[in-house]
Design a protein around this ligand. Structure first.
Ligand SMILES: Nc1ncnc2c1ncn2[C@@H]1O[C@H](COP(=O)(O)OP(=O)(O)OP(=O)(O)O)[C@@H](O)[C@H]1O
Length: 144
């Protein structure tokens, strides 16, 4: 079954949005397979965002991600990568629709509360990076 990597960024944790965000994914019908609160090392943040290393905002982005704990999660379900991105909303909160997480809770692109994998392949890579020991192998009773 398809899985995605979701991270509540330091601003989402500091603003007390962890429960709200987990609730939105749970109520949609996706299944939580992994959950860790992490204080991210600089080198690890650089690795996670290595595709953006040439961007002018890269240093600020890394400083943001290491500024406080994040909540790293693996969610599973049919089409969870693309649907997860819809639940999250557009990268720039100015363009995120109301009803999305960024549309409801963010204003600044540099403080946009949450990350979600943008493709099935990047989800696999990110899950392997953040959950090197694997995730919890359990089956929801809703599955069948
Ligand atoms: N112009 C910018 N200024 C500041 N920060 C930015 C800018 N563009 C992107 N970012 C930050 O970098 C992150 C990664 O950018 P990317 O283009 O991969 O968007 P995304 O895939 O929607 O976001 P994420 O990977 O966090 O889910 C954004 O979520 C945002 O926090």
């Amino acid at each position: 079954m398809e899985q995605t990597f979701i991270m509540i960024k330091p601003d989402g944790v500091q603003r007390g949005l962890v429960g709200e965000i987990i609730s939105r994914f749970e109520k949609k019908g996706f299944i939580l397979k992994g959950l860790r609160m992490v204080g991210v090392e600089r080198s690890f943040a650089e690795k996670h965002y290595e595709d953006l290393s040439s961007k002018p905002f890269f240093t600020g982005l890394v400083e943001y991600i290491i500024s406080g704990p994040v909540v790293a999660m693996v969610w599973e379900g049919k089409g969870v990568v693309a649907t997860g991105r819809k639940i999250i909303g557009a990268t720039n909160p100015a363009a995120s629709e109301p009803g999305t997480i960024r549309g409801d809770f963010a204003v600044e692109i540099g403080r946009n509360v949450i990350h979600g994998s943008d493709a099935v392949e990047s989800a696999k890579k990110e899950i392997a990076l953040w959950f090197p020991d694997g995730v919890v192998d359990w089956q929801s009773s809703l599955h069948s």
